[in-house]
Unconditional design. Structure first.
Length: 413
């Protein structure tokens, strides 16, 4: 078995794609990009920036080791909100003071779903779709059990995604919250956030959007789209690293009334007063519960600097070019083997990944990993190619798709 062609092979007929790519040089800023490994999992865990190692070391030496407990007064206490503001500006289209960083996406989904239900007292239903990421569905089921609510499931086709018409069909006077994902984790379908949010508002409900597969790859305009609540992880396109803290967004108009269920001391208006009873902070700090993960935010701070410099519009342009290239190669090399596209063909409807289906894809994925080509597998029969615009090259996509064709030929003989 041959190893994949080097992602920098000058002999490729597609070498001009990388040569013409204005973002190509950013690839060198990432650890491991010089190796022949083909990485198609940037939508599960992004590569680290080289500079992050030095930043982490400096943090340990200077901020943690040097400042010790004084660090809290000097910057750490505000960090969940200062990083939140930066994230709001570079990736979420949200105003300062509406985003806080901390917890995992799952915990924030719980806190925000409970908060959303509390914003609509007396209403008994939550809308969720059957193809939403498992943690979103499980949290919705748990909250429904806890509060005695009913879930209104929208049946979503895993190869496309949720439409405003489907949501309209289940909305009603009992709908409290609509919980959906902006970019579908399997198909990469981009939901019409503004359209669905407007429909939910007409029905008197609030929306909670999971942005895990969009933020940092697809432009997000939370304020312009009139979104109520949102959350998402930072370890995919935002480059935060394994287990990096998630973020929560609350529209300004809901901040004063927002009641989240984990009323810890760090969400108190004056945590160090240590007084009786919980008085929530008037702003987004009320979303915090316990001591925020300062160490875990360090790589994110760094990665957001780069995203801010490049700009989300340029990132999306490259993302569309990469996924379009992957679809074209799949049509050429894989469709003759019976592989089908399970992502939208229309680039404007497609997020940052491409899913290809074939009955042998589970075995194909295992074999690809053994030859250092790293996509992931998602049922049913889906090979998912996550293309990170700042660290994936066109040559890498080409090498990877050729490897898929070779492995598919092996397993289907
Ligand atoms: C849409 C979506 N929501 C949530 C998560 C994960 O949540 P957590 O960060 O809590 O593991 C993921 C990926 O793991 C995801 O794709
Ligand atoms: N969060 C993950 C993890 O802790 C381990 C392995 C994968 C992940 C993922 O991010 C999965 C990803 N959200 C998905 O869409 O499949």
């Amino acid at each position: 078995m041959t190893s994949p062609t080097s992602p920098t092979s000058p002999t490729s007929p597609f070498a001009e794609l990388d040569a013409a790519d204005p973002l190509a040089h950013h690839r060198d800023a990432y650890v491991g990009a010089e190796t022949p490994l083909v990485y198609f999992d940037g939508n599960s865990l992004g590569r680290p920036l080289r500079a992050t190692a030095a930043r982490m070391a400096a943090f340990v030496e200077q901020e943690w080791g040097g400042r010790l407990i004084r660090g809290w007064d000097e910057s750490w206490f505000e960090l969940p909100l200062t990083v939140g503001d930066r994230l709001a500006q570079v990736a979420l289209g949200a105003p300062a003071g509406t985003v806080a960083v901390g917890d995992s996406t799952t915990v924030l989904l719980y806190k925000l779903l409970r908060a959303g239900v509390a914003l609509r007292p007396g209403r008994r239903e939550v809308v969720v779709d059957t193809d939403n990421f498992p943690t979103d569905r499980y949290v919705a089921e748990g909250v429904a059990r806890e509060l005695g609510l009913e879930l209104r499931w929208v049946e979503t086709d895993p190869t496309t995604g949720i439409t405003p018409e489907q949501v309209a069909a289940v909305l009603g006077p009992q709908t409290a919250v609509v919980l959906l994902s902006h970019v579908a984790y399997r198909s990469a379908w981009i939901a019409d956030v503004a359209g669905i949010t407007a429909l939910a508002h007409e029905a008197g409900a609030v929306v909670l959007w999971d942005l895990s597969h969009s933020a940092g790859s697809v432009p997000v305009e939370l304020e312009a789209w009139d979104v109520d609540l949102a959350t998402g992880c930072t370890y995919k396109y935002l480059g935060g690293g394994p287990g990096a803290p998630a973020y929560g967004y609350v529209a300004e108009r809901h901040l004063a009334a927002l009641e989240q269920p984990i009323t810890g001391w760090m969400g108190h208006a004056d945590p160090f007063l240590m007084g009786p009873g919980h008085t929530p902070d008037p702003g987004i700090r009320r979303l915090l519960s316990g001591t925020p993960p300062i160490l875990g935010m360090q790589p994110l701070v760094h990665a957001l600097e780069l995203l801010g410099e490049v700009g989300i519009a340029a990132v999306r342009e490259k993302s569309v070019a990469l996924t379009t290239f992957a679809v074209e190669l799949a049509d050429q090399l894989l469709a003759p083997h019976g592989v089908a596209l399970a992502s939208p063909r229309e680039a404007g409807r497609r997020g940052g990944h491409v899913t290809l289906t074939h009955p042998a894809m589970r075995e194909v994925t295992a074999r690809l990993w053994r030859r250092d080509v790293i996509p992931d597998y998602r049922d049913p029969h889906g090979l998912r190619l996550g293309l990170a615009p700042l660290s994936t090259s066109f040559a890498e996509v080409e090498a990877g798709l050729h490897a898929v064709a070779e492995v598919l030929a092996e397993v289907t003989v």
